[in-house]
Design a binder for this molecule. Structure first.
Ligand code: ATP
Ligand code: MG
Length: 200
């Protein structure tokens, strides 16, 4: 399974609906500082429910809505709503139909070669709302998380390496770095078992 495209609409610096296509194997996004590269990754984390608001560099969810006056003057005209859709290519059957059907809560979801996960945040005068969808079916965050977990994608996983993470890993002590490698390699759980065995 891989990402086919990300569609950002009124999300962060993307004031216009923008579709970003991805290659199957490797895609690089380049651009000057502040041009919105990280905002694209924030969009993925937002749509897939993989990060808290602070993890996508916002104080509150509604800060994610495109604000034309982001650089000083405030302008709140236009729709106060942001949407991000992550289009997953599931042609290799990473997720089977039944898994998608149970996450979406219906079998009326068409074929599952393409799985579109969409999130919308909407601000009204006195409140805000957040909605998730799988192939246009309204679902809960837990449905998305359960589905993605079956493809090995989890909030606490290392699926996304954020800006600064690499520097942090370089600067940490060899011991702490080793702990992360052990965690990824799945060795950490054996260390725990070994420690338990020694205690006994
Ligand atoms: P760098 O190379 O420095 O990492 P980048 O390409 O990753 O840069 P981003 O962090 O994705 O850049 O984009 C930052 C820009 O997004 C800033 O100019 C900021 O003003 C803008 N931005 C963030 N939130 C909003 C918003 N809600 N509305 C409009 N613009 C926003
Ligand atoms: Mg960046």
């Amino acid at each position: 399974m891989h990402i086919d495209a990300i569609v950002l609409d009124n999300f962060k610096s993307f004031g216009r609906k923008t579709r970003i296509p991805f290659y199957e194997d490797f895609t690089t996004i380049s651009g000057p500082n502040g041009s919105g590269k990280s905002n694209i990754i924030d969009g993925v984390l937002f749509a897939l429910g993989l990060a808290r608001t602070s993890g996508i560099r916002a104080e509150k969810l509604t800060d994610l809505i495109y604000n034309p006056g982001h650089h000083g003057e405030s302008d709140t005209s236009g729709p106060r709503e942001a949407t991000v859709e992550v289009v997953l290519n599931n042609a290799d059957g990473t997720l089977d139909r039944q898994q998608v059907v149970s996450a979406a809560g219906t079998d009326k979801i068409g074929d599952v070669e393409t799985i579109a996960i969409r999130r919308r945040v909407k601000e009204t005068e006195d409140n805000y709302y957040s909605y998730y969808y799988i192939n246009d079916r309204s679902v809960n965050l837990s449905d998305i998380q359960d589905l993605l977990a079956q493809a090995g994608i989890a909030p606490e996983g290392y699926n996304v390496v954020m800006q600064g993470d690499v520097t942090e890993i370089i600067n940490m002590t060899a011991g702490t770095r080793r702990e992360i490698i052990d965690e990824i390699a799945g060795v950490a759980e054996f260390d725990e078992k070994k420690a338990q065995a020694f205690e006994e």
